[in-house]
Design a protein around this ligand. Structure first.
Ligand code: AKG
Length: 280
């Protein structure tokens, strides 16, 4: 199966707070985590969500069958951070879930970053807004991720803030602060993506990576992670089949300075994307 996704040392797990939702009021979230742009693991935030009960066995009851694009890279990465190449197969969702349940897949497989709004009518029935989101927050989209062990999403950052919820199975997450960018060797063409394979870093090619500070931890069902905009994240499936859901959001009017710093690269990214799609 995958050639590099083995991780588990959990370096720096003491550098992130892990708190129960009852211990973090929305006001405390803003003061201690959102404004200082600090990540947080929150336990119990999804209790009561219908989606919190999703498993590989019952997901078909909630998501209608439809064609989905499933990544199946032998190399164990979702896409190659150097070339952006990836392999994918189209198949009916329910066939994919059956494949995972029976363990009949020959390679690691990943239904990655799939917008729930395109899969099901009114996904907020299953994945409601968190109490931490304010009325004016712009909820960009909720994505579902369904995969097997042996795959990782290369280290990258997003322009939006993220609540990442572990629904079923486990993931190992490695975070790096925005200040660690030099040690992560951003891809010159797509600076939001690191060239370093976090699970097997090539220190001859990327020597400054040894000066970056990883924050590594495992998420289990019921754990949510606040990943602020600009924080690098490498997300690995190392243990079991798994389901995660993430919610990207923007708080446009806020004193979170990191979010303001995201605006120029975000516009640059949007213009390039528009230009590239026009020239396709
Ligand atoms: O779960 C993963 O594989 C990656 C998640 C991610 O990159 C995100 O939520 O932004």
């Amino acid at each position: 199966m995958g050639n590099s996704v083995k991780l588990e040392v959990l370096t720096g797990q003491e550098l992130i707070d892990r708190r129960h939702v009852s211990d973090v009021s929305p006001q405390r979230f803003v003061r201690d985590y959102f404004l200082p742009n600090r990540p947080l693991i929150i336990e119990g935030a999804t209790a009561g969500w219908t989606a919190a009960s999703w498993t590989l066995d019952n997901l078909s009851q909630y998501l209608p069958d439809q064609k989905v694009s499933v990544r199946n890279n032998q190399s164990g990465v979702l896409f190659d951070a150097n070339t952006m190449a990836f392999e994918a197969t189209d198949m009916p969702l329910h066939q994919y879930l059956h494949l995972l349940r029976t363990g009949a897949n020959r390679t690691p497989m990943y239904l990655a970053q799939t917008n729930l709004a395109r899969m099901v009518y009114r996904p907020e029935r299953y994945v409601p807004r968190l109490d931490y989101l304010r009325t004016a927050d712009y909820h960009l989209q909720s994505n579902i991720w369904v995969g097997t062990p042996g795959l990782a999403t290369p280290c990258h950052y997003d322009f939006a803030h993220n609540f990442y919820h572990q629904i079923y199975g486990h993931k190992q997450i490695t975070l790096f602060a925005p200040e660690d960018a030099a040690g992560l060797y951003p891809n010159p063409k797509i600076p939001a993506i690191s060239l370093v394979d976090v699970a097997a870093p090539d220190l001859d090619r990327f020597p400054a990576f040894s000066r970056a500070t990883p924050i590594q931890f495992v998420v289990s069902p019921g754990d949510s992670v606040f990943i602020p905009a600009g924080w690098w994240h490498y997300v690995a499936s190392t243990y079991d089949n798994n389901i995660s859901i993430n919610q990207w959001f923007l708080r446009l009017w806020s004193r979170n300075t990191q979010q303001l710093k995201m605006i120029p690269p975000m516009l640059n990214h949007a213009f390039r994307h528009m230009f590239l799609s026009e020239n396709r």
